[in-house]
Design a protein around this ligand. Structure first.
Ligand code: PEP
Ligand code: MG
Length: 607
């Protein structure tokens, strides 16, 4: 990776190492909290393959090394396959057969050996060249099956190259000690696969405040600053880093004075958190007595303790796809049932809204062998995926219905944009219930079905959808990206991602009105619900429920308990006349500051 050499520790003329100079960068504050720690620079995914000439006399040794690397990779894959067969059965383990076949492909082996010999090139570079050509050729073929094999070939490429370069795949891409993970980008599956005990904070060049990596960090209570542009090139593993997730500041190689200043900030922040936690036992009710459900968004079963500790009245959104993308194989019914049951029992009778698989977009499970899409967020995602992969959908629904026998479960469908989708999803639920009855499984007959309102089309048709479901949950993260045509994960245009934009407020109002008319319970589970500035507006709109990251619950509750419903309605009326986000934000900010002067960093969507 390119590094700015001038920033590495330099030796002075007497030989003593001079400290590296301190520098600060500002990014998007994606998850609150302040930490000081050691950097772990994660560059393993961008494997840069060095081109090293090989002495003609050593060419055959290099060809031999290549053969050995193929054998070692095959051994690694067979071990992985056996492990999965033990845990999941032979069917799941068979996904690695394709990888093993690629390793035996004569054309790949012979051509790579030929390149090593003819170009006197190191094996890693030769293999990369040959397999790169192969990937490009199958990507251009119209055959869907072949196209889908590209993912397997890519995986084999990475594995063989890592073996040749002597880098252990896992160890090089994940920290083993508690560290600040610094990366160019982190996909949701990268983030989901980290052992959270080893992550003090996330710092990335790319990403926006509602990217799924940011959301995961928030629900794990791990500070994060994203959108730092090219920070990764200026940090080295082992550097001391301060991450201030409240303000978006990242300080590298801090001086003792800066460290002292941030230690003070940390103490102040902890004190504020402690104060907020004293609200846990109180209701989420305005000063004039309007009560709201205050629930949590959950990304993993082991977050239930945090939901309860922070005073969550239920789970308003369980994003089940993180469980899928953190695995190396498709989880089966039993395995899913155990996870859902753990959450449902953990919540002890409190409502748990389990959202069916919202895979696609940036949430990709490599074992599903999907071919790359040009516009993944507008592609084969959420309910669209589930209605075509009915096998996966039904398995999940069976597991959810079975878990419903152990508590208070509701089922929610993501990415609905057409009425046919909700009708079809309901029909499949009915099928699943019949089958469970036939198989003599217990389940709750009254499980409510609901849907996300996260496409502009769902808002436009909200009155019709309201006839079909028991509840709505507004997913502002997607609703904003689809309405404003602003990719939620793109830091370059993060300033255009405005949740208080007049168009968004109008869509929210339309949804609330449709829900009211048909008495459909209305929750809001996008990140907007956890932004203290938005809370008075959402109160004024009259939503029934807020669902936010567990550690944000106390701050939202403080805001609800500091205002009256009437003044929030008046505020909403005032801002509805404005034409720009800046005017709206200005008005709300003044209102919020006058009610809660110590409001936490508002967590705005831009920098
Ligand atoms: C949303 O889109 O607002 C939402 C809650 O769903 P997700 O963030 O998982 O896309
Ligand atoms: Mg969404």
């Amino acid at each position: 990776m390119a590094r700015n050499k001038s920033e590495k520790a330099k030796a002075d003329p007497n030989g003593a190492a001079r400290p590296k100079p301190e520098f600060e960068r500002r990014g998007i504050s994606a998850s609150p909290g302040i930490v000081i720690g050691t950097a772990f620079v994660r560059d393993a995914e961008r494997i840069s393959v060095p081109r090293t000439p090989v002495e003609p006399a050593r060419v055959e040794v290099e060809v031999g090394r290549f053969g050995q690397a193929l054998a070692d990779t095959a051994r690694e894959l067979r071990a992985l396959k056996a492990d999965i067969a033990r845990k999941m059965g032979d069917d799941h383990a068979r996904i690695f057969d394709a990888h093993l076949l690629i390793l035996e492909d004569r054309m790949l082996i012979d051509e790579t050996a030929a390149v090593i010999r003819s170009e006197c090139l190191n094996a890693a570079a030769a293999f990369d060249k040959v397999i790169g050509k192969f990937i490009a050729s199958i990507a251009g073929i119209e055959d869907q099956y072949l196209k889908e094999r590209t993912v397997d070939v890519q995986d084999v490429r990475k594995r063989v190259i890592r073996v040749l370069l002597g880098t252990d795949a896992r160890a090089s891409s994940r920290p083993t000690e508690p560290s600040i993970v610094v990366a160019h980008d982190l996909s949701p599956s990268d983030t989901a696969q980290f052992d959270r005990r080893t992550v003090l904070a996330y710092v990335t060049d790319l990403g926006g405040r509602t990217s799924h990596t940011a959301i995961l960090a928030r629900s794990q209570g791990i500070p994060a600053v994203l959108g730092l542009e090219s920070l990764v090139e200026r940090v080295e593993t082992g550097d001391t880093v301060i991450v201030d997730g409240n303000t978006g500041a990242v300080v590298v190689n801090p001086t003792p004075a800066t460290l002292d200043q941030y230690r003070l900030e940390m103490a102040r922040f902890h004190e504020l958190e402690e104060q907020l936690l004293t609200l846990t036992g109180y209701p989420a009710q305005t000063l004039d007595g309007r009560a709201f459900m205050l629930c949590a968004n959950l990304d993993a079963a082991d977050e239930v303790g945090s939901v309860l500790d922070h005073g969550g009245q239920g789970v308003g959104l369980f994003r089940t796809e993180y469980f899928f993308i953190s695995q190396e194989y498709l989880p089966g019914e039993e395995e899913q049932y155990r996870v859902y049951r753990q959450v449902v029992e953990g919540m002890a009778g409190k409502p748990v809204v389990i959202r069916t698989l919202d895979i696609g977009g940036d949430k990709i499970a490599s074992y599903l062998n999907r071919s790359p899409e040009l516009n993944p967020f507008m592609g084969w995602r959420g309910i669209r995926f589930c209605l075509t992969r009915k096998d996966i959908f039904k398995t999940q629904l069976r597991a959810i219905y079975r878990a419903s026998a152990h508590g208070n479960v509701k089922i929610m469908f993501p990415m609905i944009s057409q009425i046919e989708e909700i009708l079809k999803a309901k029909e499949i639920c009915a099928e699943v219930r019949e089958e469970l009855k036939r198989d003599r499984y217990r389940y709750d007959e009254d499980v409510e079905l609901g849907m996300m309102i996260e496409t502009p089309s769902a808002v436009a048709l909200a009155d019709q959808f309201a006839r079909e479901v028991a509840f709505f949950s507004i997913g502002t993260n997607d609703l904003i990206q689809y309405t404003m045509a602003v990719d939620r994960g793109n830091s370059k245009i993060a300033h255009l991602y405005q949740h208080l934009h007049p168009s968004i407020l109008r869509l929210l109002r339309l949804t609330v009105e449709a829900a009211r008319r048909r008495k459909v319970h209305l929750s809001i589970c996008g990140e907007m619900a956890g932004d203290p500035l938005s809370v008075p507006i959402l109160i004024g709109l009259g939503v029934d429920e807020f669902s936010v990251s567990p550690n944000v619950i106390p701050e939202v509750k403080r805001m609800i308990r500091s205002v009256t419903f009437d003044e929030c309605r008046a505020l909403l009326r005032r801002v509805s006349r404005f034409r720009t986000t800046a005017e709206i934000e200005g008005e709300i900010e003044a209102f919020v500051k006058s009610h809660v002067p110590t409001v936490l960093e508002p967590g705005r969507m831009g920098k």
